[in-house]
Design a protein around this ligand. Sequence first.
Ligand code: NG6
Ligand code: CA
Length: 515
Amino acid sequence: NMNKINYIGLLLLLIAFSCANKKTTTHEEEQLTAKKPNVLLIYTDDLGYGDVAKYGGQIPTPNIDKLAAEGLLFTNAYATAATCTPSRYAMLTGEYAWRAKGRGVAPGDASALIRPGRETLPSVMQRAGYRTGVIGKWHLGLGGDEGPDWNGELNPGPLEIGFDYSFIIPATGDRVPTVFVEDHHVVGLDPSDPIEVSYRKKVGDRPTGKDHPELLKMMWSHGHNHTIVNGVSRIGYMAGGESALWRDEDFAQTFVDKASRFITQDSEKPFFLYFATHDIHVPRIAHEKFQGVSGFGPRGDVIVQLDWTVGELIKLLKEKGLEENTMIIFSSDNGPVLDDGYEDKARELLSDHKPWGVLRGGKYSAFEAGTRVPFIVKWPAQVQSGKTSRAMVSQVDLVGSFAGFLGQEYNAQHAVDTQDAWAALIGEDSEGREGLVQEALFSNLTYIRRDGYKFIPANNGPDMVPWGPVIETGFAEKDQLYNVKEDPGETEDISAASPGIVDEMKSALQQIKDK
Ligand code: NG6
Ligand code: CA
């Protein structure tokens, strides 16, 4: 009898438990879904540490400033490279780009650099139940080993590595082909007027900037003197595709419109949108409504346009009631440059605006301004507003951080350099990373530690970027050591006084390289 009662009791207990368990699971699931924020990653191009008013800039950027005022502003956040392609590669894969050759600034006819099967940030988000999109500048190649087929299917591309939707500038605004690609195809292409692209020889009969400067609305200064499209000569030659050609003036509005359609799409799922602006890369051709408004010339005008873009995106979220639970991350792929190939008076019209802020160097450079970039996180539901964080964060950590937060496994064999920096991203860890590697021009690597020590290994590179832009490379024939915490402008090389630290840094860098 006793046994029977026990047995029934146990059974009841089991039933009660399993019901309770079931209920808890569903409830937790619901809670997690409810908590999962939308993620809008606004990735700007060539925007310097000092280009945003909140970081000391003189050009008005009220919308970006508001983002910072309502979010968390980082003062020690880094892109992994001082140029575009490697920074983007690392951010999307969680692996430093320099681990393999061929991931420098990609030509406009490059094959896809991130191949299907690779671990990526959008794949992590997809697995966590997000719908994912990329809008804006890509610059990571398209197509297989034979390169992109502009007149056919552009595959592999973003859709093969975790994005559900893509609307992109294939490479950069200054490279051919000057057309948009949506999902697998060039937008608006007339099959009877196929596109031909060459980076070696002239194709077709469009005039070039070299032979016909009188046709240009913006003169080239170095490179950029090949095929003319929309009054601007580009890097590379292009024939055909007349009906698909873009108008540079319309980039910002076009991307905002595409983002609006993506964000407002009817869906149960939260979204992850990688919104990569063309601004403020060259050619700096703002929409007519922004031309001349900044008083700082075309470079200032595209900063104003960028700020407008940020304002439009926020307005959109607000209108849809999504502002509270959308995490916006705002950053840049590399530091600032003035003359990057067109005569747009960027230097002459600077006045007291300092694109590099308190830092030394700029785009391409091993000095801080090459890779230390604006970085703002706003997420009203979770992140305290109006704070500044000195935590050292790197864009390579987005993969590990989102995987961690969303409870997703990721392929750590692929994403070897990423770490879970979630606590730092939401303002709960004020220290951040132990150290990180930065890639400058010619794949030269530097190492920076969170206590502020920065090591630039000896190399025989030139002192100055060897083509047009007047930027110090940061290279020297002997090892350099700076303390960027105390000396953010890298004015004093302290390597001679601290040989022990130089050794530590050297071996830390070597260890990461050997990983
Ligand atoms: C350089 C271009 C520069 C810019 C850069 C890539 C010349 C002389 N200069 O080679 O204008 O396009 O590549 O910039 O061609 S990035 O931000 O996409 O890395
Ligand atoms: Ca860039």
